[in-house]
Design a protein around this ligand. Structure first.
Ligand code: MN
Ligand code: MN
Length: 462
């Protein structure tokens, strides 16, 4: 080995040197991942997919599992969930934990949402998470979610995904009359209160009159779901891009789709816990809600969810008290599984190239996610970062080290800072995306595959 290759850190393209069988593995993995994306456009849908697949892999719901079971599902109110593989019933070393979030930016229907204007019916939305509002106009949109009637009956809604389903859309101003609009800053081109979806135009019983179109829509909703306008107040209805995830490029090396932040990490973590095999540590995968709005809520990272989950698991196998749970969590290791920004040749100036993630160069470890002086960030310890490198080397994981954006430009936080609160070690790891938070995010298939391998190596070797 020459001196250069011995001493210099060099980023390496993860496609380089891939041989027959590996190529198939990379592409097969992505085909399975696309099925997850198509079935999991909301956090509730993701929970159902994750739990159903776990049941098929021998996991049992914690309340119905016997003491002999080692693979557990710990569900949380349908909006977040956890999977655990118990390998060490002393819990002295806690858990190897991977945390991903299953919510994604979108438009939520407001509680009072339906109105009529110019003989057309619309629904008002309140956007969820960080979006560029102008990206959400003139694209086909689907409606997913639940409506709960006052008697507790829950109605599932999913319109716009099946062949032949209608879709919804937010309209934009025609360019011919948009001289004033296009001179506005991007944040004002479309404003929050303009993100209203078009939902119909036929008046009730084909007879125009006051609120006749709105009444026509309510009649449709009453026939289909048995609801009235008040029932929409107790609903979680989410407007998301319609349609399936797709391959991108002549060589199909990328995947495009909605909500890859962070369902790409949720899926790779899920597969990693299924495929980890024999491990000495206890394995825990957490799939969380509300990351995109600050990790709030009962299923968010800024809660005592980890303590609730760990205590439920430990109580199953041994006498545990508050102190033993706290100690087990403190002695744990955590990977915050989340995406980072890939270098886009059109927008290179926001990323410092030595510490920017390159598409197709493997998964990314981010020691520190903050910006402008590392504010609000977890900075992974040198010791823990070294143990991650060692685990990745054992399984041939292709990875790169990166930070999200130039120091003074901006940045993004992940949930690791909420978990280091409990005293454990944590680091961020996940693939890079292009067009993050847009209706059509882009990931590299080889990065997705190495993210899966990275999470599996963390479970096995840390
Ligand atoms: Mn994320
Ligand atoms: Mn995000």
């Amino acid at each position: 080995m020459d001196v250069k290759s011995k001493l210099l850190l060099k980023k390496k393209c993860a496609w380089d040197g891939i041989k027959g069988k590996q190529e198939k593995e990379v592409f097969d993995f992505s085909s399975e991942y696309k099925k997850f994306m198509d079935a999991s456009k909301t956090e509730r849908e993701a929970v159902i997919f994750i739990e159903n697949m776990s049941l098929k892999h021998g996991f049992k719901r914690i309340n119905s599992a016997s003491k002999n079971e080692t693979k557990l599902i710990i569900s949380n109110k349908g909006v977040s969930t956890a999977l655990c593989v118990v390998n060490d019933r002393s819990f002295k070393n806690g858990f190897n934990i991977i945390v991903a979030h299953i919510d994604a930016p979108r438009l939520d229907l407001k509680p009072v949402t339906l109105y009529e204007s110019e003989h057309m019916a619309y629904m008002k939305t309140h956007y969820y998470g960080g979006i560029k509002k102008y990206q959400w106009v003139t694209v086909p949109l689907a409606l997913h979610g639940i409506i709960v009637k006052s008697d507790g009956k829950k109605i599932n809604v999913c319109i716009g995904e099946e062949e032949g389903d209608p879709v919804f859309t937010v309209n934009d101003l025609l360019v011919h009359l948009a001289q004033e609009q296009v001179s506005k800053p991007a944040s004002k081109v479309i404003e929050g209160e303009q993100l209203n979806i078009l939902v119909g135009s036929i008046p009730y019983k084909f007879k125009s009159g006051s609120e006749a179109v709105k009444t026509g829509i309510l009649e449709f909703l009453n026939k289909k779901y048995g609801i009235n306008e008040e029932d929409l107040v107790s609903a979680e209805l989410q407007v998301v891009p319609a349609g399936k995830a797709r391959d991108i490029g002549f060589d199909r090396s990328f995947i495009g789709g909605y909500g890859q932040d962070d369902r790409v990490c949720a899926y790779t973590a899920l597969r990693a816990i299924f495929d980890a095999g024999k491990c000495k540590q206890n394995l825990l995968a957490l799939f969380l809600d509300k990351e995109e709005v600050g990790s709030t809520g009962t299923g968010g990272a800024d809660s005592n969810l980890l303590i609730r989950v760990a205590s439920q698991i430990m109580e199953k196998y041994k006498d545990s008290n508050f102190s033993s749970v706290i100690r087990a969590v403190e002695n744990s290791r955590l990977v915050s599984a989340d995406v980072t920004a890939g270098i886009d040749p059109e927008w290179k100036s926001v990323i410092e190239p030595m510490n920017g993630a390159k598409m197709g160069y493997g998964t990314t470890i981010t020691k520190c996610g903050g910006s402008r002086g590392k504010y609000d960030s977890n900075d992974a310890s040198a010791e823990f970062t070294a143990s991650i490198r060692s685990a990745f080397a054992k399984d041939g994981v292709k990875w790169q080290a990166a930070e999200l954006g130039k120091v003074d430009v901006g940045g993004g936080g992940t949930v690791s800072r909420f978990f280091v609160y409990f005293g454990l070690e944590a680091i961020d790891c996940g693939p890079a995306l292009l067009s993050m938070h847009s209706p059509f995010e882009v990931a590299s298939k080889v990065d997705i595959y190495h993210t899966y391998k990275a999470y599996r190596a963390f479970f096995r070797h840390c």
